[in-house]
Ligand binder design. Structure first.
Ligand code: G3P
Ligand code: CA
Length: 260
C-alpha cells in the first residue's frame, strides 16, 4: 500500500486488462485473459453476474444479448436476462463469434473456472460484482466462493470492486482477507471513513487530478483508473502517480510504461 505523496514509478503502475484484453478478444472470457497474459498485464478485470441457479459467471451486461448468440439459441426467452438462465443453458452459448469468427465456440466462464485457469499463473484478478436488482444475494455467494478458494488461491492478488459502496462494506466483513476497491469518485472528506474497509478507489480517468491521487494515497489507499488506450492520456495518468490503469489494450499501456 502506498502512503504519503510518493508517486509510483512507471513500472510499478499495474496494467489492468479491462474485461481481459477486450480490444483483442471477446470480453470476460478466458481467451481475453490469455491475451492479457501474453501482453504482460499484471491483472485481469472481470465482471461477475449470477445465473438463475445461483452460479457466478463472467458477464458485464445484465442481459446475454450483446456478447453471446442467446437470441439464436433461445429465441423465445426475451429479454434474455442472465438471471433467467441456468448455468447449463448459458454454457451452451457461443460467447466469441460476436467478436470475431476466430473465437467461435468460446464459452462464458464461471468465476470458479476463471480462478482455476489462473491459479498457477502470475496474473492477478480484479473482480467487479455487478448488482442488478434481481440478484440481491450475489455478494454473499461471491464471498462464499472466495472463502472456499482461499486455500488454493494462496497469496496471489485478488481484489473485489463495485459501484455499490455500502454493499462492499458488508462484503468486507464477510471476507476481510479480500482487498476492496470502490468504483466512483468519493468526495475527499469521505475518504477516511471509506479507508476503514477499502484499500483502493477506482475512478474514471477524466475525474482524476494529481491532488485527488494525493488525497487517496494520504489515506493509505491505492488509486486505479479506467479506461484508456490513448498513449498521451496514459502518460499523464502515470505522471499523476496512479497505482493501476485499466485498458482494453494492455500492450499499449506496457509500451507507454517503457517509454515513460
Ligand atoms: O473497472 C472499472 C470499469 O470496469 C467499470 O465499468 O462498465 O466497464 O464495468 P464497466
Ligand atoms: Ca467492470
Amino acid at each position: 500500500v502506498m502512503t504519503g505523496t510518493a508517486s509510483a514509478s512507471p513500472r510499478e503502475v499495474d496494467t489492468i486488462a479491462h474485461r481481459g484484453a477486450s480490444a483483442y478478444a471477446p470480453e470476460n472470457t478466458l481467451a481475453a485473459c490469455a491475451v492479457a497474459r501474453i501482453q504482460r498485464a499484471d491483472v485481469c478485470e472481470f465482471d461477475i453476474q449470477q445465473t438463475k441457479d445461483h452460479q457466478l459467471v463472467l458477464m458485464h451486461d445484465a442481459t446475454l444479448t450483446r456478447t453471446t448468440d442467446v437470441e439464436k439459441v433461445f429465441p423465445r426467452r426475451s429479454p434474455w436476462r442472465v438471471s433467467n438462465f441456468t448455468l447449463a443453458e448459458i454454457q451452451r452459448l457461443d460467447a466469441g463469434s460476436w467478436f470475431s469468427s476466430r473465437y467461435r465456440g468460446e464459452r462464458v466462464p464461471t468465476l470458479g473456472q476463471a480462478m482455476r485457469a489462473l491459479r498457477n499463473t502470475e496474473i492477478g484478478l480484479l473482480l467487479e460484482i455487478k448488482h442488478p436488482p434481481d440478484s440481491p444475494d450475489i455478494d454473499r455467494r461471491v464471498a462464499a466462493e472466495l472463502h472456499d478458494a482461499r486455500a488454493w488461491w494462496g497469496r496471489k492478488r485478488l481484489t473485489v470492486q463495485a459501484f455499490d459502496w455500502r454493499s462492499m462494506r458488508a462484503f468486507h466483513s464477510m471476507v476481510p482477507h479480500v482487498p476492496i476497491a470502490l468504483l466512483g469518485k468519493p468526495a475527499a472528506d469521505r475518504l477516511p471513513e471509506l479507508a476503514q474497509y477499502a484499500s483502493g478507489i477506482n475512478l474514471p480517468h477524466r475525474d482524476l487530478t494529481p491532488g485527488y491521487v494525493e488525497d487517496v494515497h494520504d489515506q493509505g489507499m491505492r488509486v486505479f483508473t479506467w479506461s484508456t488506450r490513448r498513449p498521451p492520456v496514459i502518460r499523464r495518468l502515470i505522471s499523476y502517480g496512479v497505482d493501476g490503469i485499466m485498458t482494453n489494450k494492455p500492450d499499449r499501456l506496457e509500451n507507454a510504461k517503457r517509454q515513460s
